[in-house]
Design a protein around this ligand. Sequence first.
Ligand code: SAM
Length: 222
Amino acid sequence: MRGILKRVHPEGIPWPLSLLYGRLSATTVFRRHYELVAGDVRQYSPADRILDVGTGPGHLLLALHRALPNAALVGVDISPGMAALAERNVDRSGKGGVIEIREADAASLPFEDESFDIVVSTGSLHHWKAPLEGLSEAYRVLRRGGHALIYDLVRRVPRDVAGYMRSEFGTFRSTLLWLHSFEEPFMDAPEMEELAQRTDFDLEGTRFVGALCCLALLKKAG
Ligand SMILES: C[S@@+](CC[C@H](N)C(=O)[O-])C[C@H]1O[C@@H](n2cnc3c(N)ncnc32)[C@H](O)[C@@H]1O
């Protein structure tokens, strides 16, 4: 089933769906998750440069800027519509000077080796047509000792995570999120770990941040 979904599922979110996603990403559940993720990423600082892969409307970058105001932030997205929306959101927030947006594929990042301290990504991994190449590119652009933190929704969530979602966001919104997993090619935590084991990263494990499963990867110091 996941194989079929994966084949028909679009990689980038094109215009005008990017605008629809832009609306969705402004809702409470999404906003709360950007803050949770930014707080989680802060634990891995100090970080001078952070890259967000599949940044979408760029809200995570803005949350990261609030959490880590001194870090230089760069977001990439494969969809021209999404990259334009992120740029607009960043400009409207007056952060155009400190947050850079580029149109690029996770599997072919336009950056030099070892040019970031942290690579982060939310809700994008399940879109990537070449996830192994995407993680390998994250490895290449990270400095030694840097982390890749890949957060995504997964098909099966532990009971305590489902309980947290219901108590925090209510049964209706939690059910909508669960229904979403039938039309998106989400992975499961063990699949994310298996994928990571095929890269040069050291796998630190998976854990949940809100409803998102975080795959934590370390590029070991040489
Ligand atoms: C569900 S959205 C998540 C957006 C944002 N990270 C968020 O949390 O709101 C997935 C994003 O990943 C982007 N994307 C998909 N495949 C990609 C790839 N190979 N490289 C870069 N971006 C990609 C899509 O265009 C889309 O903007």
